[in-house]
Design a protein around this ligand. Sequence first.
Ligand code: HPA
Ligand code: ZN
Length: 329
Amino acid sequence: MTDPATDTRATPLAELHMHIEGALEPELIFELAQRNRIDLPYADLDDLRSRYEFTDLQSFLDLYFANMTVLRTAQDFADLARSYLARAAVAGVRHAEIFFNPQAHTARGVPLREVLEGLGDALAGSEAEHGVSTGLIAGILRDRPVPEADALLTDLVGSGAPLLGIGLDSAEVGYPPSLFVDVFGRARAAGLHVVAHAGEEGPPDYIRQALDLLGVERIDHGIRCVEDDDLVDRLVRDRVPLTLCPLSNVRLRVVDRLADHPIRRMLARGLHVTVNSDDPAYFGGYVDDNLARLRADVGLTDAERERLARNSIEASFASPARKAELLGG
Ligand code: HPA
Ligand code: ZN
């Protein structure tokens, strides 16, 4: 397989679906706990690593939210983002649209400005340091109260921080997109891009709701669209990007084994799919690891890898000039 990091002919990647808090590696958890004088409930690194066995989305989210309590200061957020950007560059990523979960921090007393300042600092230096252009997307926690999301949007817009858009994530089933019509309408009116997790554990109807009620431009995951032929027809016709995360799907038991992942069938059907790492510190790797495993376990070809890379750049919110540069055109 072509290695995007070294093969100058291969189209580079845009990573469109990763949660920066999900790039918090075990070593950094211990380092930040020490820096911030936080007692961790783990004896050592091995003890922490032994907990990375998940049965579903919620079992992962429990550990994800517990571990991110080590993030307190702007410096912590900057260190986290820098470590991700350096690793993503090695993976062949040249453009990254990065989710963060403001409510997960403000709810435990960390001011929004600390989060925005730290992430902003790291992202501002990314193109010069790593050759990776970036954008930030605030992920709304769909299992928290809707008025909290509304207040968050007001705070984000008022902060003046450079924000690409908003997304919708966390526990999906029971929290349909329809709850967030007003918040997403306000975000669109404010000129923000809008995306949403839908059809990961939730039914295909949540994908329809995200498109029809929230006006999203991409669907995060969306893998369960394959259960609904009419929906697939529509996604193909409208070229709606789906940001798939294959290793995440295995670790959260959305599919039994990577060999069962429908990504090649989805590509062949004409769906606009991309490959992403979701929470790379938790799910067994970064975007290059996802592609290598797809090659080994489902027989992903070089031509398909190239299609995925081009899809990722076309589906990004990068400027037309940046897209042309990345597509080599
Ligand atoms: N799904 C929903 N919420 C998330 C995920 C995910 O895969 N990762 C981090 N938050
Ligand atoms: Zn996700």
